[in-house]
Design a protein around this ligand. Structure first.
Ligand SMILES: C[S@@+](CC[C@H](N)C(=O)[O-])C[C@H]1O[C@@H](n2cnc3c(N)ncnc32)[C@H](O)[C@@H]1O
Length: 406
């Protein structure tokens, strides 16, 4: 990890009274700029440009719509968690000018350019670290879960992880299990520990009618806590929407050895292994309905859309999107892999060099180009390649207690 030169002064404007970007701490690593020393994706101009393209893809997938939740005249306050450069937030502000929109992120992004692109400044930007829980600290449990991870069976890690850390979220540890009575003669008895521990949580001044998060895989380790906080910070009748995607991997169900692209397979597995080693597993498991159900949400509904990757579709509009999608995925390789593999490594070694990651990415890109353009290494012509985009929504019941009573 290096501290690099200060970024150019015009990279970002600050809207919240925190020091301007040039005075804030950023982490410069392997030629990229990161918002902190743990989240795996960068927050520099290249990533900003990639997220701008990705926003168009998400919107295209919904045929121009920005949300699958009902936005009505009663929808007053909207929160975009992990807003990044704020493309969704500014688009919502333009489409629903009667709403008050808050975009929150731990990194300072080039918000000014996003606002200029739609001619709209109706979003309140806040800078804050939402991860009040930290990493998964039971590394043995993580190791067991990684061993159970089966790329051929669940390549995108979609199955929910066990709710192993409910105790942490409730603020106890097994050593001070309050379900067991203690007496002053117990070594575990601690008269000064009788006050309840402070609960980790978010503190917004007012609740919201819609809380949205997109592209947040790998951000948190304690998703149960995230959904509880979202629930608490919604008005009764308010909606949650979570959006993300994963790529289909051709023939993967027949085993990694039959996957036509060995380098991509190694990189894909490397991402999973590095994420587990980092203490924040990655995958779309966090969008499983059980998380919403457990937190108390009702009216849970999922929407899936397949979006083409590459120029294979015959339909001209789909082909344009497929081309954009391909560019976005090529760029995403470095954004996702560089920190994961240099900082945590895969199962084979703890740290890759930047050069090793970059040269694997080049080979991986070649494989993607082969795939996207027609044949695999076995000479098979394949069906079109897609990524699966998913929206999951849930509603806080109208008769739920509001936050002040919880
Ligand atoms: C893949 S980007 C998605 C950005 C945006 N939602 C979009 O769809 O364009 C993930 C975002 O999560 C933010 N993030 C990561 N860790 C965070 C944390 N602990 N607190 C707040 N934001 C965080 C990153 O800075 C980044 O902007």
């Amino acid at each position: 990890m290096e501290e690099g030169p200060p970024p150019p002064e015009n990279l970002a404007r600050d809207h919240t009274g925190v020091p301007p970007k040039r005075l804030r701490k950023f982490v410069y690593e392997n030629g990229r700029e990161y918002g902190n020393d743990s989240y795996y994706m960068p927050c520099d101009q290249a990533e900003n440009d990639r997220l701008a393209i990705h926003h168009r893809i998400y919107t295209h997938a919904l045929k121009g719509k920005l949300t699958t939740t009902p936005v009505t005249s009663d929808t007053r306050r909207i929160l975009d968690l992990g807003t990044g450069p704020g493309h969704w937030a500014v688009a919502m502000a333009r489409q629903y000018p009667h709403t008050e929109i808050v975009g929150i992120d731990m990194a300072v992004w080039d918000i000014e350019t996003t606002e200029e692109s739609v001619g709209c400044t109706g979003v309140n930007w806040e800078i804050d670290d939402l991860d009040v829980w930290g990493v998964e600290d039971d590394f043995d449990d993580l190791k067991r879960r990684l061993e159970r991870y089966d790329m051929a069976h669940d390549y995108a890690n979609r199955e929910p992880l066990s709710a192993s850390k409910a105790a942490k979220l409730k603020g106890h540890t097994s050593a001070s299990d309050s379900s067991q009575p203690h007496t002053p003669s117990d070594s575990a008895y601690e008269s000064y520990a009788l006050e309840p521990e402070a609960q980790p949580g978010w503190h917004f001044s007012e609740p919201f009618d819609l809380i949205y998060m997109r592209g947040m895989k790998g951000v948190f380790a304690y998703w149960e806590g995230v959904y509880d906080e979202i629930y608490k910070n919604l008005n009764p009748g308010g909606w949650l929407e979570v959006v993300d995607f994963d790529m289909s991997l051709p023939n993967i169900e027949q085993g990694v050895d039959n996957f036509p692209f060995p380098t991509l397979a190694k990189l894909y597995l490397g991402v999973m292994q590095a994420a587990f080693k980092s203490g924040r597993p990655v995958g779309t498991f966090y969008m499983h309905p059980t998380y919403l159900d457990d937190a108390g949400f009702t009216n849970i509904k999922q929407t899936y859309v397949n979006v083409p990757i590459g120029q294979w579709p015959e339909d001209e509009e789909q082909r344009t999107i497929g081309k954009m999608h391909l560019v976005c995925i090529m760029e995403m390789l470095e954004s996702m892999l560089l920190r994961y593999l240099t900082q945590w490594g895969d199962a084979s070694k703890d740290h890759w060099t930047m050069e090793e990651v970059q040269s694997m990415i080049e080979v991986g890109k070649g494989e993607i180009m082969d795939w996207a353009s027609g044949t695999d290494r076995f000479g098979n012509i394949r069906e079109g390649w897609c990524a699966s985009y998913k929206w999951i929504i849930g509603r806080k019941p109208l008769d739920a207690r509001d936050r002040r009573e919880m």
